[in-house]
Every structure is written in C-alpha cells, then in structure tokens.
Design a protein around this ligand. Structure first.
Ligand SMILES: O=C(O)[C@@H](CO)OP(=O)(O)O
Ligand SMILES: [Mn+2]
Ligand SMILES: [Mn+2]
Length: 555
C-alpha cells in the first residue's frame, strides 16, 4: 500500500536515524544499567518528545520464534530494509527439517570431498563455529544434525572446532554444551565412524573477529584449528576445566585456545584434528559479520592479513553466503535471505545523499547489515568509520561515542546529506562484558553524545529518530527461567548476564522543526521494520511498496 502524506511536504533538513545498540526498555529496575544510568538527555527526550516502543526480537525480526532474542544483524537488516525476512536461523532450521540441505550441491560436494580425501587417504570433515544454542550466529542443533548426516553419507572422520560462547548464552555455560556433545560424539563414533572435538577457544579470543577490528584473533584461530598449535588436552571438557582453573574469573567468551591431542607415554600430545590437504571444512555459523575473516583465510589465494604458515587445499563451505557482493564464500549450504529494495537503495534512486557512521565494532552494522548484507555502496552514500580501540570494553565504556558524534556533527554542518544514520556501540558492547558499573557508564556516554548531537540537528533544520536494534544493557542479570525475575547465585549475589534481551526498544521522534505537527503512532505489532517508511515520510516521500508501514502521524 502506497502511503501519501499530501499535506506534509517533508522536513527541510536532514532526517537522522540514531541507533543506540543494545538499548532496550527494561522490564525490571533491578539489574538495568539503563535505569541506573544518569541520563538527563534521554530522560528529557522520553518526557517531552513523541515516543513509542518497537518489537526488536523474535518473529518481528525474522527469527524462528518469539523465544529468540534480537541481534544486530536481524535488527539492522529490518531497520535498513523496512521489511522482515526469514533470517539465517530460521532458513537453516527449515532446510534441515525438510532435508533440503542434504540434497544441495554444497553439502554433496563437502561430503564427497571428505570421503575422497587425497593421495589415497580419506579426508576429514571439519566443522568450525560457535558452540551454543544462542541462535545469533549459530545453533548447536544444526551441528548435531550435520554430524549425524555425515555418518549416514559415508564420511569416516569428523573433527569439530568449538568456539565457546558465553555471550549469547550464560557467561560460564560452556560445559553445558561441551559435556553432552562429547557424550553424543562418543556414542555415534562406531562402525568405523570417528567424531571428536579437536580444538577451540573463546569466541572473543580466537577466530570470530569482525570488520577487520583485530586480525590477530583470527590468526590465533587459524593456528589453533588448522595448525594444531596451543595447549593440549585430552578432551574439550578437560580443556575448559583446566583453562578456568588457570584463568580464574575469565568468562567463556574470553577463554584462551585449546587443542585436543592423543598423548603418548612421554606426555607429548599429537593433535587429533589439524586441517590437511583433501579435507573439507564447514563453517557452521549462519551469521556473516564474524564469519567473513576466517572464511577469507581459507578461500583467498592472495590473502595477506597474516602469515598462514601452511594453507591446506580444502573444500570449504559456509552455512550461508556471508557477503552477497563479494560472493563470500562461493560454496554455501543454505541460501541467505534475498534482501532487496533496502532504504539505502531506494533513497539512492531518489537522488538523496546519505551518510553512515559508526566505530569499527559496529561499522558494518550501519553499512553492510543496513544494506542487506552487501558490502557495496549505493550511489550517493558516504560511509565514515571511526577506528575502535582493541581493549576489553569494560575498561573504556565511553568507547568512540564522542568521535562518532564529532563525525556526525561535521557531516551535518557540511549541509550535504538528506538522510543520515549512526550507531553508538556502547550499551551493547559494554553490556556483553557483564560488568554492571561499566554498562551504566556506557549509557551515560551515549547520553552525553546525544546532548551534543541533537543541537547540531536543530541547527541543520533536521529531525532524528532515536532507536535501538535490540536490548542488552537493560538487563544485566540473568532472569530465572520460571519466575522471570533476576536470578541469584548461591551466595545471594545476582548472576551477571552478558546476552541480548527480549525487551522492546524505543523509537523517539526528536523534532523541533514542525511546531508539534509530527507524532508517532503506537501501531499494533510495530517493529524495527516500520522505521524505513517513517524516515521516507519524514522526507516527504512515499515508502517503497514492499516496506512495512510508516508510524508517522501528521496533525
Ligand atoms: O557480538 C556479537 O556478535 C553479537 C552477539 O553474539 O552482538 P550484536 O548482535 O549486537 O552484534
Ligand atoms: Mn546490536
Ligand atoms: Mn550485541
């Protein structure tokens, strides 16, 4: 349905979308770093400007169920595209349930390669990925199904390279996944089939870097999974326990790397699952941002981000294709959502100049995710990246909020842009550390940034939509599964929570130009996918016919 607002010619200045990553509306005052933060600007916005809440989790953003929290990929896809697509989590689950994944060319090639091997020696099928049921980057049930099918399809040896989570699931839950999975692998390892975990480490320590923020992480992952370098243990469960003893207080996402080995009489360990010529490798993460760098290390001939030492000739597949423009990787098990007619493309066709800015940790969110998992720019788009620090973010909760604000103000003052967007990473990246005090400060940093940015929007004659992609800092304590109240440890302290939340997010219309004519309507089921049309209407344009409806009210 085309929406026309004939009486409204549009805002003259720029329309700015500000994403406060990880800023949900708290359900409990206990454990909310957002409630605890001193945030006079946001308090004033909520009190004095039109604001509503938006759904940012579950089916509203294309996740399989409303039990699934939101995340940056699905959130920014929905905001940028104005539409909801079934996302990787749902597409992979469906392809496994229907069996279509096993019929696909990519799976067939992977198992054929592992069966054939090289030089008369059968190959090994390796699975690398995030080892949990968080459903943000991966799901362990997908891995289990693939191991079962690999055996049925005649693969002899499977090796798993397990990235410990603790970021989309409770912070020290690794053994809840490792122990049952090692038992499952032992059970299925019969009749000449042999499947084991071969290596691993914390997802924020090895392999899963994103947006070129910290390549040494990926190099450590390569050395662990491919070369078998690192401390050796007899099983993954033993490794997790020993590493926790050695690094007390370290949560799963930050645990160092480990390699599983067979030990001879001298206690020397021979790694059981290095990656060799003739093997096949499946990266079982469906989400792209943290999958692209390790994929490049496997598939690029002229790769120079680090010295790979040895480059095995393998048949490589991604669970999905992670970048549609770069076709990375070429072989993938399940087709990604075909996200088309995004707002950037539509506004570009309208001849509008657009500006996007964030710091490295979220730069791809406002560019690649926003544009439907494409790394290419549309005509008229300018992107500015502020380099992120490479530090534990609880040590720098302000992150680059000030520098992003500087860049936004300069872009506003240039007078060049009709549509602008930025992402403040703080509430999310600091929320993921589980550090309540730092998360509180992270929200205060965003508040301070808004206090500088909003007057610059006024000066440019523009308006802003202030929102978030999902919750995080709004719930810094785990909720009890039954009571949904904050859960406590045995000693009475609250259990720190590092994951996103299921809470709705705000949508605030900051408008000092219409004289109170513009408002927002709290439509039934309003979600992130309604933002693109709202931006179009603020510009005085119709929304794209494929987009969900605008929430703008003109009085
Ligand atoms: O850090 C990440 O990869 C995810 C959590 O797994 O967070 P976000 O979706 O906010 O990027
Ligand atoms: Mn996010
Ligand atoms: Mn996050």
């Amino acid at each position: 349905m085309l929406q026309k607002l004939p009486a409204f010619a549009g805002v003259k200045g720029p329309v700015v979308v500000i994403v406060m990553d990880g800023y949900g509306i708290p359900r409990h005052d206990v454990g909310s770093a957002i409630d605890a933060a001193r945030k006079p600007t946001l308090d004033r916005l909520f009190a004095e400007y039109p604001n509503i809440t938006l759904r940012a989790h579950g089916t509203a953003v294309g996740m399989p169920s409303d039990e699934d929290m939101g995340n940056s990929e699905v959130g920014h896809n929905a905001i940028g595209a104005g539409q909801v697509y079934s996302q990787g989590a749902a597409l992979v689950a469906n392809a496994i349930a229907s069996g279509a994944i096993w019929e696909g060319k990519a799976w067939q090639e992977v198992v054929a390669a592992a069966r054939a091997g090289t030089a008369g020696k059968a190959g090994v099928l390796h699975f690398i990925g995030l080892f949990s049921d968080g459903n943000v980057h991966s799901h362990i049930d997908h891995l289990r199904a693939m191991v079962v099918q690999a055996k049925a399809d005649g693969v002899r040896t499977v090796r798993i390279h397990a990235l410990l989570d603790g970021r989309d699931v409770p912070e020290t839950s690794a053994l809840d996944y490792v122990e049952p999975f090692e038992a499952f692998l032992a059970g299925i390892s019969s009749d000449g089939f042999d499947a084991r975990i071969a290596s691993g480490g914390g997802r924020q320590y090895i392999t899963m870097d994103r947006y070129d923020a910290n390549w040494p992480m990926v190099e450590r992952g390569w050395r662990t999974h491919v070369l078998g370098e690192g401390p050796k243990f007899a099983s993954a469960a033993e490794a997790v326990k020993a590493l926790r003893d050695k690094h007390p207080g370290t949560i799963d996402q930050d645990l160092p790397e480990f390699v599983i080995a067979e030990f001879d009489g001298d206690g020397c360990g021979q790694p059981i699952g290095t990656i060799e010529d003739g093997d096949a490798v499946v990266l079982f993460n469906f989400r792209g941002d943290r999958a692209i760098e390790i994929t490049r290390a496997f598939v690029e001939n002229d790769f120079d981000a680090f010295d790979r030492v040895r480059v095995p000739k393998v048949t490589y597949a991604g669970m999905l294709q992670y970048d549609g423009d770069l076709q990375l990787p070429k072989r993938f098990l399940v087709a990604p959502p075909a996200i088309t007619d995004t707002s950037s493309e539509w506004f570009s066709k309208m001849g509008l100049a657009q500006f996007a800015c964030s710091e490295t940790q979220k730069f791809g969110h406002v560019t690649y995710f926003w544009n439907g998992n494409r790394s290419g720019r549309f005509d008229g788009e300018t992107w500015e990246e502020v380099p992120s620090d490479v530090v534990p973010f609880e040590q720098r909760p302000w992150m680059k909020a000030a520098e992003i604000t500087d860049a936004m103000i300069a872009a506003l003052q240039s007078g060049k842009y009709a549509v602008m967007r930025c992402n403040y990473a703080n509430g999310d990246m600091v929320g993921h550390t589980g550090n309540f005090r730092a998360a509180t400060m992270s929200i205060e940093a965003v508040d301070l940034a808004l206090a500088r940015l909003l007057p610059a929007i006024d000066a440019a004659g523009g308006v802003a939509l202030i929102t978030a992609d999902h919750g995080n800092a709004d719930e810094m304590f785990e909720l009890d599964k039954k009571t949904k109240e904050p859960a406590r440890n045995a000693d009475g302290s609250y259990k720190a929570k590092t994951a996103h939340t299921l809470n709705p997010v705000p949508l605030i219309l900051y408008d000092n130009v219409s004289g109170g004519r513009l408002g927002l309507k709290q439509a039934d089921g309003a979600g992130l996918s309604n933002i693109a049309a709202t931006v179009a209407n603020l510009l005085g344009l119709d929304k794209h016919p494929k987009w969900d409806d605008s929430l703008l009210v003109v009085k």
